[in-house]
Structure formats: structure tokens, C-alpha cells
Write a protein that binds this ligand. Sequence first.
Ligand code: NAG
Ligand code: NAG
Length: 515
Amino acid sequence: MKAQSSFSLLSFLALVLLQWSHSYINICNSLSIKEATIQDFQTAFDQNQLTSRQLVEFYLNEIEKLNPRLKGVIEVNPDALYLADKADREKKAKLPCSLSRLHGIPILLKDNIATKDKLNTTAGSFALLGSVAPRDAGVAMKLRKAGAIILGKASLSEWSMFRSSRAPNGWSARGGKGKNPYVLSADPCGSSSGPAISVASNMVAVSLGTETDGSILCPSAFNSVVGIKPTVGLTSRAGVIPISPRQDTIGPICRTVTDAVHVLDAIVGFDYNDARATRIASRYIPQGGYTQFLKANGLKGKRLGIVRDPFFMFSNKIVKQTFKRHFQTLRQNGAILVDNLEIANINVILDGTLSGEVTAMLAEFKISLNAYLKELVASPVRSLAEAIAFNKKNSDVEMIEEYGQEMFLASEATNGIGGAEKKAMRRLTNLTRNGFEKVMIDSKLDALVSVGADMSSVLAIGGFPGITVPAGYDSKGLPIGICFGGLRGFEPKLIEIAYGFEHATKIRKPPTFLP
Ligand SMILES: *[C@@H]1O[C@H](CO)[C@@H](O)[C@H](O)[C@H]1NC(C)=O
Ligand SMILES: *[C@@H]1O[C@H](CO)[C@@H](O)[C@H](O)[C@H]1NC(C)=O
């Protein structure tokens, strides 16, 4: 749910801008598989310098080496090498399917995205261990069709942070406590912690996360990777352990904007099992897909809104200077900054209790989770009530004494979408209409700019898209992200802006594993 963050901008004492130069792949040197892009891999496949099997073997080795410390991965797919061999044979035979950009590329899925294979799908909880999905999640089906290799399941904040707000970010009973690969003692944020940790530390090429409010944007920013939170419905939620059908969305977490866009291209579109939302959002998908928006001059002519209060109120001089420099870079690359804007009732929007977001989500969670659990072919628990009972019975492994399950209990106490919930949802619609939508339309903006996941609730309650891109590191080596958010269907503009910023700054550097 909500990214529980201790991400205080006040703590940024310095910002080091490091130029990260792109390394071309050479399989004789395993170092260069690290940080390589999908395009690098495809080039190496085509030139017979790399096989999908070698790539999978490389990542399995890295997972074995790094994961005991980082805990970004919950399970690896026992069939990964078999699938890689199959991809290599298809490539060798030059089958049409092997021309797909994701063909032979290993991907990790957050552990709330179901697959019908040997992998478990548990949202990090023992309550779902051994549960059997009726089919692959809609996005997993699309990935397989695109030739991607599902390498395993990535860790997360258990139940996507909806069991309890007391558990630390990145913790789950099954996955342990995920670590930030830049500074191991620091917060990796959540709830898609595992996908962000794993791509940042090169335990996989690309990954998928999910977001209800901040769960892609926040861990991506904290782990210095690119996260795309698509318009709700652009990607199917079928087969994904849910929180809220109004807000849930599935999106890529990758090292570069280009990689994230390649993954996005593969997962968008209609899905019979999430028909209503995916049909409505399908009209936003451009002819020819999203790669056409990867333009070096993507910032040119873009109108970017700045809401100083509360998003750029830095008391720290160095952070202030950093974003001042980023604003200059944006302008130098042709963007028009529309400064000192205001979002009506922003303090209400950012407070889930006041806005009605929590009221709506608690009721939606019970309904959606019960529907998900009912559809499983087999499962240790069949309802939220049974999950609560499971946690009580297994309170030691699920750490119930310490972290509790107060959100589960509050959700179980709800009784469908009644008067209070409808009122809350009307309130959310109204807040969005008079707030974000009004600012975007009145000032003719292409995007609103923010730091990290600070505006995640603004985007969450209206089903709006956002992209976060690495924007620097503080004096302790902790990553900072810049976020661009837009109206529903604004992905093409956001991709142009994000790619333009990435191209102009090239800030990302691989993790340092500082204690
Ligand atoms: C899934 O969970 C079962 C335990 O129920 C375990 O035996 C199996 O190894 C798990 N699958 C993977 C791929 O780890
Ligand atoms: C919607 O917001 C406006 C302005 O913030 C307010 O005057 C109005 O009462 C609100 N309507 C509802 C139904 O909440």
C-alpha cells in the first residue's frame, strides 16, 4: 500500500553527480553483463557472443552470491535453464518469436504476481505457500508470449504492506528483510522492494513491480532505478494479489528508461480476465508502441509543473542546489518550467485518512482479496478471515507479536462498499478534479515534477501514471529519484520527459554495498 518511508530530504547533506558511462557487453568479462541493457543482450545474442543459458547462469550465480545478504529474491524458477535452452534453440532456428525484444531475457516478478508453474505466489506470506493459481497472471502471460524467461519471484513488503504498517519496508515472513544495495543498513522502501533491489544489484536484467500508492515509485527511487507506474488498467491486474481495483497497477522496474519501456510494451493491453479496466485503458496505447517516445530531445517544449509547497521545501542547501541544477538542466534541454503552482487541498490528498483513501482501500481489499483467494485451485487460506486466523496460529513465523496485523483486522471489519465508502470515493474524485487535474489542465502541463515518491498519493487516487528516474546520491551514498507524473494515458509524454532527463544527466551508478 503506502510506501512507509523515512525518506527525509532534510537528511541529504550532499549530492554527488557521477557520470555513468554505458558499457558495452563482452561476455568474456562478466563485469560487463552487469549494467548491460536489453539491447546489449540482444546484440550479443545476435552476434553469438552470448546465449540465454549463459545469461541465466550468470544471474543464478549472482543470486546465490548476493541474495543471502540482499534478500531481493524469494524463489528462483527451477525451469529457468530449461526455458533458456528453449529460447536459444528458437533463436538458432530463427523462429519469428525470437525477434521479440524480450526473447531470452530473464525477468523477476514481485511475489504477488501469480504464475502457473513451479513457482509459488505468496505476497511473502506463509499463508499462501503451496497455493495454486488457476492460470498465469495477465502480465505473466504477455511476458511469456514476448519470450521473456521468468527467472523467479522477487521479495516485497509482506502483503504489499497491507497487513500492518508496523513491519519494516522490504520485510516479509518468507523473504526476510530486503536490503538497500547502496547502503545496506538503509531503507529499501517498498512494497516492490525486491524488484528494485534485484535489478539495482544486477541479480536480474529487468523486473515487474506493482503499485497501489507509491509501491513502484518509492523503491525505484530508493534503489536508484527507473520505475514506471502505468495508468490504472493499462496493464492487467488479473492474477495479481490485489489491494484496490481503483488504484492497483503493474509496471516495470529496470535500470534504464529504455529497458522499462521495452517491458511496458510487452505487458500493456486488453486482458479478458481484467476486461473492464484494460478495455477502457487500451485506447491510450499508441500505434507502434512506446519505444518511439525514447527521444534524446524528449524534453523539448514540455511544460513541467512545479508545486513548491510541499514538494520542494528543502531546508538543506545542498539538496536545494541539486534540484536547482536539475531545473536548469530541464530548461537547457528545452522544457518550460511552470513554477509556484498549487494543488488545492494538497495536505488532505497526502493524508490517506483525511482524503478517504484508507476508508476506500480497507473495504476494497477484503472484497478483492477474497475474490482472488476463492479463484485459486488450491490454497491453505480461502479468505481474509482465514489469513488472519493463519497468522494468529503461526504468529512466530509471521512475527505477529512484533508487527501485528491491524490493517487485516480493520479490513475484515468492513462490510462491502456502503455509504461511508461511497462518500470516501466521491471525495477522492472531487479532490482529484479540483486538485491535480485542474492544475494539469489549467496550466496545460505535460507533467508534474516531484522528488522520490512524494506525490504518490496524488497519482494513486486518480489512477494516474508516473515515472521515476535516478537523480543523484546524497552524502551517505543514498539514491535520490526525480518523478514525473501525468494525467491518464500520458505515458508517451512521460517517457519522452524521463528519457530526455536520463539522457541529459546519466546519473545512475551501480550499487556500492556500503554498510
Ligand atoms: C514452493 O513451495 C513449496 C512448499 O510448499 C516448495 O516445496 C517448493 O520448492 C516451492 N517452489 C519453489 C520454486 O521454490
Ligand atoms: C468538492 O470540492 C469543492 C471544492 O474543494 C467543494 O466546494 C465541494 O463541496 C466538494 N464536493 C463534494 C461532493 O465533496
